[in-house]
Every structure is written in structure tokens, then in C-alpha cells.
Design a binder for this molecule. Structure first.
Ligand code: NAP
Ligand code: 8YV
Length: 316
């Protein structure tokens, strides 16, 4: 049977690109000299799209593909996918929920430990020779994580996985979202500033997009206060980055652990210079095991759609 024509938007995991090429006639949009001109001329040829949560697909790109039947996304966040344009055309969007819960939760816990115990700064201290120069017990004290108060912003699939891990650290847990989660054994806090005021660690793991833009603002950061820490493993857009930088410089919060940024892969110079932040290059789901399982789901979603007209996991 002839392979179905599929458009790939952005770079994907090499194993995923290979798997897609085995099954589909893949065209990489990035290979076009001018992607917009190319899509306007050839968009009608494609019946499927494979993209990632980082790159997504715009309403204009969807409009340029009149025969598009399905979009398969590598990742769980769909803030870069023009969902209403897809919905208007009844184009289902596949994504990779649950598969990455463990690794993103592990990264959130790692960031909590890193900011509290200043492990990256301590590592720099040893490597720079300062420990040898200044002697035993010369590095500043950290803060205790076990038994501390953890506020989770967004108790979805990943938020709940973080909470379960935090139980192993005997942490006291509360959460904020727009709605209480009926079966959650943790206290719901309807006011985000109140949750921040209570928490030693505030972990942000909501969806991205316009609904959560700058949810973490001056008011929330001031409520968090100088002895507490912000962790963001959701999307850069959820935190007002300029407000965060001011709060960090003025030491109005204790520190921050960030996996995501407003303008990735660019991180403001001022953040790079601060010791009270731990910065990661959006790697929360980036393990071989999880990324390969995500790749499998991208392919399975496409294959199942073309075989049976349904997806294994469809975003709504
Ligand atoms: P999920 O199950 O849909 O959970 C999202 C949570 O966000 C829900 O609890 C939702 O609760 C809450 N929420 C949505 N809008 C909100 C608002 N305005 N205020 C407060 N809470 C709000 O999604 P998930 O699978 O846990 O993933 C969450 C997000 O993590 C993804 O969308 C993605 O952006 C991010 N992520 C990042 C990485 C990374 O590499 N750093 C990896 C995977 C995922 P309510 O509806 O009750 O408000
Ligand atoms: C990845 C993510 O960075 O799933 C998401 O929403 O942000 C991460 O898992 C992304 O999928 C890689 O493209």
C-alpha cells in the first residue's frame, strides 16, 4: 500500500522520525526554503501532521492543509496547538498524557531538593576550589525539605504524581486549581496567594496558554516570601518572568527552580547570574524511557486513526 503523506513540523526524537518514515511519506516542513510559501503551495497534499508540544501547529498552518485529518503531538501540553482551529474542522489531536508523569514529577522533586540544599551551587563550590581554600563546613546552610509545606498549583495528572512523591518526604501538602479534585486526599486552597503564603515550596504544574498566563505574579511571589521557593515545571508563560527576576534579585523570595522559560531557549542574563536559582533546559520528561514511550504513542495515535478512525489518547 502506498504510504500516506505526513507533514513533520519541527525536529523530533530521531527514533520517532525513523518510525514515522517507515510508515508514512514524511515531508519535513523545516526543509522547505520558505515554509509558509511551501505550505500554501503543497498543504493540500497532507493527511496527517506530526509535531511536538514545543513547536505545535498554528491556525494558519491548519488552514493551509484542506485535507488534514489528524494531528499527532509529541508531548502533553497543547498550548502551542491551535486547538479551536482543529476542533472547528473535526481534526482530532493526539498527545501523550500520563506517559511522562513520573519523569516530570521526579524533576519537580529534584528541583525542590536542588533549590533547598543549593546542590548546583555546592557543586560549583567544590569544582572552583573554594572548599579546599576555605575548609570544612564553609558552605552556607541549606533548608530542610523533609516535613516542609508543599503547595501544588495544578493538581492534574502530574500534580498528583508530585504529591505522591512528596508524601515520601513527609511533606504537608495543599493545592490550588480552579476546581477542587473530588478524590484528592489533600486540602484544596481556593486562593493562590493564600497557598503561596502557607507554602515553603510552591510547585507550578498547570496547563499553559492564555488561561494561566502570569498566574504567578508579584502578589503571589510576595505572598511566598523570602524563606520560600518557587518551582516551575509547567510552562514559562505561567510565571511573570520579569516579576520573578525582581523578586529574586531583591530576595523577596528564597529562590527558584525553573525547567521552563517565557522565551525558550533564551534565558534572561540576569537569571544566569543569580545563585539562588536552578535552571534546566526544559528536560522534565527527557529520559530515554519516557521519550521513547512518548514517541511510541505519537505513532500509535496516527496508526490507530488511519486504521480505525480513533486515537489512543485524544486531547480535548
Ligand atoms: P492536566 O492533568 O490537564 O492538569 C492540569 C492542571 O492545571 C489541572 O489540575 C487544572 O485544574 C489546572 N489548571 C488549569 N488552568 C488553571 C488555572 N487557570 N488556575 C489554576 N489551575 C489551573 O495536565 P498534566 O498532564 O498534569 O500536565 C500539566 C502541564 O504540565 C502540561 O499542560 C504542560 O504544559 C506541562 N508539562 C511540562 C513538561 C516539561 O517538560 N516541563 C512536561 C509535561 C507537561 P482545573 O481545571 O481545576 O483548574
Ligand atoms: C517536552 C512537554 O518538552 O509534554 C510536554 O508538554 O513540555 C515536554 O514533555 C516536549 O514534549 C518535547 O517536545
Amino acid at each position: 500500500m502506498e504510504k500516506r503523506p505526513l507533514l513533520q513540523i519541527g525536529n523530533l526524537l530521531p527514533a520517532l522520525e525513523e518510525g514515522l518514515r517507515e510508515r508514512y511519506a514524511v515531508t519535513r516542513l523545516e526543509n522547505a526554503a520558505d515554509p509558509v510559501v511551501f505550505l500554501n503551495a503543497h498543504g493540500g497534499e497532507f493527511v496527517g501532521v506530526a509535531t511536538s508540544a514545543l513547536v505545535g501547529i498554528s491556525a494558519e498552518q491548519i488552514a493551509a492543509m484542506p485535507n488534514l485529518q489528524v494531528i499527532s503531538c509529541f508531548g502533553v501540553g497543547v498550548d502551542k496547538i491551535a486547538m479551536s482551529a482543529a476542533r472547528a474542522r473535526n481534526i482530532p489531536v493526539g498527545y501523550t498524557p500520563d506517559i511522562l508523569n513520573d519523569c516530570v514529577a521526579d524533576t519537580a522533586i529534584a528541583l525542590i531538593l536542588d533549590v533547598a540544599r543549593a546542590t548546583p551551587e555546592a557543586d560549583r563550590y567544590v569544582r572552583s576550589g573554594l572548599w579546599a581554600e576555605r575548609g570544612p563546613n564553609s558552605f552556607h546552610l541549606g533548608r530542610k525539605v523533609s516535613g516542609a509545606r508543599l503547595g501544588i498549583v495544578g493538581l492534574g495528572r502530574i500534580g498528583r504524581t508530585i504529591a505522591r512523591r512528596a508524601l515520601g518526604f513527609d511533606m504537608d501538602i495543599r493545592y490550588h486549581a480552579r476546581h477542587p479534585v473530588p478524590d484528592a486526599p489533600w486540602d484544596y486552597e481556593p486562593s493562590l496567594p493564600d497557598l503561596a503564603r502557607w507554602a515553603d515550596f510552591l510547585v507550578v504544574i498547570t496547563a499553559g496558554g492564555p488561561g494561566t498566563r502570569h498566574l504567578i505574579n508579584d502578589e503571589v511571589l510576595d505572598a511566598l516570601g523570602p524563606r520560600s521557593f518557587l518551582i516551575n515545571v509547567a510552562r514559562g508563560s505561567v510565571v511573570d518572568e520579569q516579576a520573578l527576576i525582581r523578586a529574586l534579585i531583591e530576595k523577596r523570595i528564597g529562590g527558584a527552580g525553573l525547567d521552563v522559560f517565557e522565551n525558550e531557549p533564551f534565558v534572561p542574563e540576569t537569571l544566569l547570574a543569580l545563585d539562588n536559582v536552578v535552571l534546566l533546559p526544559h528536560i522534565a520528561s527527557a529520559t530515554e524511557e519516557t521519550r521513547l514511550a512518548m514517541a511510541r504513542r505519537v505513532i500509535d495515535n496516527l496508526d490507530l486513526f488511519f486504521a480505525e478512525g480513533r486515537l489512543l489518547s485524544e486531547a480535548s
